[in-house]
Design a binder for this molecule. Structure first.
Ligand SMILES: Nc1ncnc2c1ncn2[C@@H]1O[C@H](COP(=O)(O)OP(=O)(O)OP(=O)(O)O)[C@@H](O)[C@H]1O
Length: 259
């Protein structure tokens, strides 16, 4: 399984906000970070791949153009988690995950559904919250429940928009580790918009850095994260240091005046 983007773009009405993106095969099992300044086009890219706004060019998942798939087929392959937290509701975490899998995969036998839910709640460390109502959860707990609703569908392409924005350090680790494990066992790929570059450097295999609707750098975080790129992408002076594990850590120093 792989994702290829060819002359990929996104437009709102007549206004293009993402242009001419060519990305050679992103293979399964990987977490790919989508980084870049506010307004660079990360969410628009994820939303267009999810079929929620108009895309141009091609997005080929295993050679099949996502834009040509009928909505039910696309929804089986692709799952999207927006920046906003899942709606609070009186459903319990278990019920919300059950509802997600029943809607996306109506053909599954009840025993398989139950097994999938148990597995996902276990992997995400959510068992203790299974019977709590979504509207009685904290923001971070709701974000984890949102991810459980996605993983239980076992999509091939996961599109996550800042999935750790509400999470404390422990839950960030739980989410990234569970995600990695999930991708490896389900031959799936994850594209994730991120602002925390040090977290991305630690957990993401590959990174696309966007600037003004285009990809300005692509590669392993340890290779492409440099002060020059951070200056170009974010307009900041920054240091990139290497921790004792060999992972880059980004230290933003100060904002630069716009050129
Ligand atoms: N629904 C919309 N209609 C029109 N323009 C939009 C819409 N959503 C986003 N845009 C514009 O598209 C451009 C890219 O926005 P997008 O939300 O994709 O950026 P982003 O990189 O995800 O930013 P952030 O880090 O702030 O979430 C921006 O100029 C934004 O104003």
């Amino acid at each position: 399984m792989s994702l290829v983007l060819q002359q990929f773009g996104v437009a709102y009405g007549a206004r293009p906000v993402v242009r001419n993106i060519d990305v050679a095969a992103l293979p399964e099992g990987r977490i790919v970070a989508l980084a870049g300044a506010n307004g660079a086009g990360k969410s628009s890219t994820l939303r267009a791949l999810a079929g929620l706004c108009r895309m141009t060019g091609q997005a080929l998942l295993d050679g099949e153009d996502l834009a040509r798939l009928r909505p039910p087929a696309r929804a089986r392959l692709v799952a999207y988690m927006p920046q906003s937290l899942p709606q609070a509701s009186s459903l319990t975490v278990y019920e919300s995950v059950l509802s997600a899998v029943r809607t996306a995969c109506p053909q599954l036998a009840p025993a398989v559904v139950h097994q999938r839910i148990e597995q996902v709640l276990h992997n995400l460390g959510l068992h203790a919250l299974a019977l709590r109502a979504l509207d009685a959860l904290s923001g971070g707990q709701r974000q984890m429940a949102g991810l459980a609703q996605l993983l239980v569908r076992q999509p091939r392409l996961l599109l996550l928009d800042e999935p750790t924005s509400a999470l404390d350090l422990r839950w960030q680790l739980c989410l990234m580790e569970a995600l990695r494990q999930h991708l490896a066992s389900h031959q799936a790929l994850c594209l994730m918009a991120v602002h925390d570059l040090s977290l991305a450097a630690r957990f993401c295999d590959d990174m696309l850095v966007m600037g003004q609707g285009q990809v300005i750098a692509r590669g392993a975080p340890s290779r492409i994260l440099t002060p020059a790129l951070l200056r170009q992408a974010y307009g900041i002076a920054a240091r990139v240091e290497t921790c004792s594990l060999g992972t880059p850590i980004v230290l933003a120093e100060h904002a630069l005046d716009p050129e």
